[in-house]
Each structure stands twice: as C-alpha cells, then as structure tokens.
Design a protein around this ligand. Structure first.
Ligand SMILES: NC(=O)C1=CN([C@@H]2O[C@H](COP(=O)(O)OP(=O)(O)OC[C@H]3O[C@@H](n4cnc5c(N)ncnc54)[C@H](O)[C@@H]3O)[C@@H](O)[C@H]2O)C=CC1
Ligand SMILES: N[C@@H](CC=O)C(=O)O
Length: 379
C-alpha cells in the first residue's frame, strides 16, 4: 500500500487520546456424533453476539456442547444438565439469579464434563481481566471480548503466563470477527516466518460506514443503521474513537511477537471533544454533531479524487497508527464492500506482495460462528 497511510495523510483527527485495550484456536472442527465427549459451556453476554451464539447452540453443529450457564450483566441461569430453552435470552431479562461468577463456574464443574469452557461475549473489561485466572484454574476461555489481549501489556503478559500452564484461549472472534487472521499468523510463525508490516481496515462498522458514506445521507443516520445491524460496539464511540481498531492491531502485533503497549499506538479518533465524556444514551442522542465535520472531510477528499477510509498500520520499526485517511480510488481499501475488513501481512516470506485476508469483519452471525468454531476446536 502507499504513502497515503503516512502521518501527513491522516485527516479529521479530532482526538488523539484514546486508550486502546489469545491465544490458541485452530480451524472449526466438524460436529461430533453422539457419544463424543461433551463440552460444558458457560456463556457470558447474551446481547448481539451472545444472542446469535445461543441460536447456533440449537443447531446440529453444536450437538456436542452442553450449555450449563448463561448470564447478562444483571442476571444468570445455571443448570448442570443443560439450559436448552430457546427463549433463554429473553428469560434473562426478567428472571434468574443475581450475577455471580462463582455460581457459573460451579455449574461448569458439576456435570463432570472433560472440557469446560467459558465463552465471553461481552465487552466488559472487568470480566476480561478474569480470563487469565480462569485459564489457570483449568477452564478454557473463548472470547469475542478484546479487552484483555488488546488492553494493557501487563494483561497480555498475564494471559501468556496462564497459557504456558495449559488451557486454550479461543480468540478468533477478536480480530476480523473470525476471519482467519490470527490462525494464519500463528501458522506462518510456526514455520519460522515473521511479520514485518501490517496494514488495512480492521473495523467492520467503520468499513461499512465509509463504504456507504457519499454525503447523500447524514453520517449519523448511517451510524444508527450500523448499530441496528449489530456492527458497532455496545458504545459506538469505541469504534469511532479508534479504540476498537487499536485493540485489534495490538492483538495481531502481540501475536506476531511485537511487545506493543497501548501507549505505542497513535490513535486518531473521530469523536469530538464535546461528545467524549457523555454516557452512552446521551451520546446517542447527539450523533448529529458528527455530521458536519464528516461531511467536510468527505467533500475535501472527493475534491482530490479520494475517499475516506479508517486505516491501521504497523511498520517494521513497530510504529503503529490508526486513523481516518484519504485514499485514492486505486487504493485496495477503496475497493471494499459492506463490512469488509482487509489485513495485508508482509512477512519475511511474503515480502514482494503482502498476504491479504479480506472479508466481512463484523456482524452477529459470523462472530458467533467464530466463537462456536473455537469451542469445537477444543476437542
Ligand atoms: N458485533 C460484532 O460484530 C462483533 C463484536 N465483537 C465483540 O463481541 C462483544 C459483544 O458485543 P455485542 O454482542 O455487540 O454487545 P452487546 O452490548 O449487544 O452485548 C453485550 C452483552 O454483555 C452483557 N454483559 C455486560 N457485562 C456483563 C457481565 N459482567 N457479565 C455478564 N454479561 C455481561 C450485556 O448484558 C449484554 O448481554 C464485544 O466485546 C465486541 O467487541 C467481536 C467481533 C464482532
Ligand atoms: N465493532 C467491531 C465489531 C467487531 O469487532 C467492528 O466494527 O469491527
């Protein structure tokens, strides 16, 4: 890719200060026939992604899984035999026990399953901070939550230390919503290949927004639609601020051996100062304040024959940047569709042309499938 990714080309930077925030999973295993070892599962989070996973758990692909506990932020239900109800997600809105991780772990232990898995489909940093402890206690963790691996370096190191003693960390959903990015990188590394540079579009929601945005509809209207479609984070500022992209960049970089801290990613976000300290509901009520600045950036880019794309880049010196840039129509990122993510990996062996992984990078169904795939890969 070209020099448009350089700092000078970064546009629309209304904020810099964002705090950005694995590791083992192979490919999806086929559904097991009856009599195969049962996997006991606890699901944390029954929102967009967790809700889609609950649907998948009622399909034949998940026949070897036994859901023994499920929780949202306020309530939980457990059943050491199986929580089979199709209306579990709705039930948790008004019935169940108070939240208590110990009760969920007890349900995992009670059934005597050989494989015990905690699936984290929340965006909760406090929950993510428990992942290493759970691994150390003998549970496997499968996660869509990026807050540990993409958070402070101390958390990443605690995770690696826990993994050194056993347990698996299914993290496919944390990058590209399950696109085979981390698995490919690990495979290359196991063959002695090394990541040199990385660049591309790592946000499904921002990809969708800027692939659509042509000035004919306000940016705020598109953002509301992206949220409805389940592409954004629970608080869309996590996407707009660049924080979610920075987390993915950190997860990839760290998986490739770069010990990058959160403060080593230069993050150029899109959330104006006035909207940063609000609670989520107040922010959602003021989305129209994004419209004018983005309309201007779009018009400026268009006048130069360019489009806007939210790009991430890690160079060979370990310098990392994420932000909105103008790219010419010939740029690979200008030719993305829908929620497409694009990861261009230049390695010691893929060094004349990068290895490019591209495809839908957000959405409940693909993300839930990535979680299921990581669970099935445990046996
Ligand atoms: N939406 C997408 O396309 C993708 C999302 N992800 C990740 O999946 C995670 C979930 O995203 P969504 O489902 O969109 O969010 P959501 O807001 O729809 O759902 C979050 C769920 O977590 C629950 N929760 C929060 N704190 C909890 C706690 N302490 N204990 C138990 N449950 C708790 C909430 O009650 C809710 O049910 C996020 O970490 C996100 O980054 C990852 C890849 C793609
Ligand atoms: N909000 C995220 C969802 C996947 O991680 C994105 O837009 O990419």
């Amino acid at each position: 890719m070209s020099a448009v990714l350089d700092v000078e080309a970064t546009v629309g930077a209304t904020s810099v200060a964002t705090v950005p925030r694995a590791v083992i999973a192979t490919e999806v295993a086929p559904a097991k026939a009856s009599g195969a070892p049962t996997i006991a599962v606890v699901l944390l989070g029954t929102g967009v992604v967790g809700g889609a996973l609950l649907k998948l758990l009622n399909t034949p692909a998940a026949a070897s899984l036994r859901l023994v506990g499920a929780a949202n932020s306020r309530r939980q239900q457990t059943d050491p035999v199986s929580l089979a109800s199709r209306s579990l997600r709705e039930q948790l809105n008004h019935q169940g026990d108070a939240r208590d991780n110990a009760g969920l772990l007890a349900a995992l232990d009670a059934g005597g399953a050989a494989v015990r898995v905690i699936v984290d489909a929340t965006a909760s940093a406090p929950l993510a901070s428990r992942h290493a402890e759970w691994l150390a206690r003998g549970y496997h963790v499968v996660t869509a939550n990026k807050a540990l691996a993409g958070g402070e370096l101390t958390g990443w190191r605690a995770l690696q230390a826990a993994l050194a003693h056993g347990g698996c960390y299914g993290d496919a959903a944390t990058v590209g919503a399950g696109l085979p990015v981390l698995s490919t990188l690990r495979r290359l590394r196991s063959c002695g290949d090394s990541l040199l540079t990385l660049e591309g579009v790592f946000s499904g929601s921002l990809s969708w927004l800027f692939n659509q945005y042509d000035g004919s509809r306000p940016f705020s209207a598109l953002l509301r639609e992206a949220r409805q479609l389940g592409y954004t984070e629970p608080d869309p500022r996590s996407d707009l601020s660049g924080e979610d992209v920075a987390r993915k960049l950190l997860i990839i970089a760290r998986s490739a051996g770069f010990s990058l801290g959160t403060d080593e990613v230069d993050v150029q976000g899109l959330v104006p100062e006035a909207l940063r300290a609000l609670d989520t509901e107040s922010f959602l009520a003021r989305l129209e304040e994004l419209d004018e600045p983005l309309a201007k950036l779009h018009a400026d880019a268009k006048s130069r024959g360019c489009v806007l794309r939210f790009l991430a880049r890690l160079n060979q010196r370990g310098r990392a940047r994420v932000g909105l840039v103008e790219v010419p129509l010939t740029h690979p990122a200008a030719r993305l569709y829908g929620t497409d993510n694009q990861f261009a990996l230049t390695t010691t062996r893929y060094n004349t042309q990068p290895l490019v992984i591209q495809g839908p990078g957000a959405g409940p169904e693909v993300t839930a499938q990535a979680l299921l795939g990581d669970v099935l890969a445990l046996v």
